[in-house]
Design a protein around this ligand. Structure first.
Ligand code: FMN
Length: 206
């Protein structure tokens, strides 16, 4: 039986440059964003925000902050995935209000306490790393959705976080930059995929 999701995963590759004559239309791109929005997150705290850069001058600056990787200026949309820091710390107002707005009082009180004790000994850096893990799940889902819709992407951690924050006016105490994630359409076919065989990386314990 044809498995469209698996086909999409095989179609996806990390595009090194996009076709600048094509751009992802709004309807398609909104579905990609929706895949990010619907992604799971620890405690349901929705650690992630998305800045969609379409402005050519901003893309130029971001490319400079990304070791001049051409994906950035050739993409039709560049998603900067931000990961919350202050908002997801122990006893934050954001966390409290989110829990209270999403569930009955008893459940929200339980989660406020649980989240509070889970994070209370985290350093700011640990909070930031924890938050970035959530962003990677959104990134994966967005890339798979793009591939499912015939579009391309490139996950990028090759960028200088402080420079990206400065370009976009992001307060580093508020948000980390988890990933620079350009989307567009490939301008050349990728090399065949290389991966370990399943039997080399999977071990069943029955
Ligand atoms: C977290 C992460 C960061 C990455 N950073 C970059 C990057 O900065 N530039 C780049 O060209 N590719 C980057 N890649 C893409 C990988 O090199 C690529 O996924 C891997 O070689 C496998 O190739 P494929 O995705 O085409 O199957 C990154 C991938 C991941 C998951």
């Amino acid at each position: 039986m044809e498995n469209k999701l698996l086909e999409a995963m095989k179609f996806r590759h990390a595009a090194k440059e996009f076709d600048t004559t094509k751009s992802i239309d709004e309807e398609t791109f909104n579905q990609i964003l929706e895949a990010g929005r619907l992604s799971p997150s620890s405690f349901g705290l929705e650690h992630t925000k998305f800045i969609v850069v379409e402005n050519p001058e901003l893309k130029e600056k971001l490319q400079e902050a990304s070791y001049n990787q051409k994906q950035v200026t050739t993409a039709s949309q560049v998603v900067i995935i931000l990961s919350r820091i202050k908002d997801v710390m122990s006893n934050s107002v954001y966390a409290k209000e989110l829990f209270e707005s999403r569930m009955p009082k008893e459940a929200s009180e339980f989660l406020i306490n649980f989240h509070g004790s889970f994070t209370q000994n985290f350093s700011e850096d640990e909070i930031s790393q924890w938050s970035k893990k959530q962003a990677y799940i959104s990134a994966a889902n967005m890339m798979t959705m793009a591939a499912y819709l015939g579009a391309d992407s490139c996950p990028m951690e090759g960028f200088v976080e402080s420079q990206v924050q400065e370009i976009l006016g992001i307060d580093p105490k508020e948000y980390g930059v988890a990933m620079v994630l350009p989307f567009g359409y490939r301008n050349q076919e990728p090399r065949p995929k290389t991966r370990h065989e399943l039997k080399e990386i999977v071990e069943f314990r029955k």
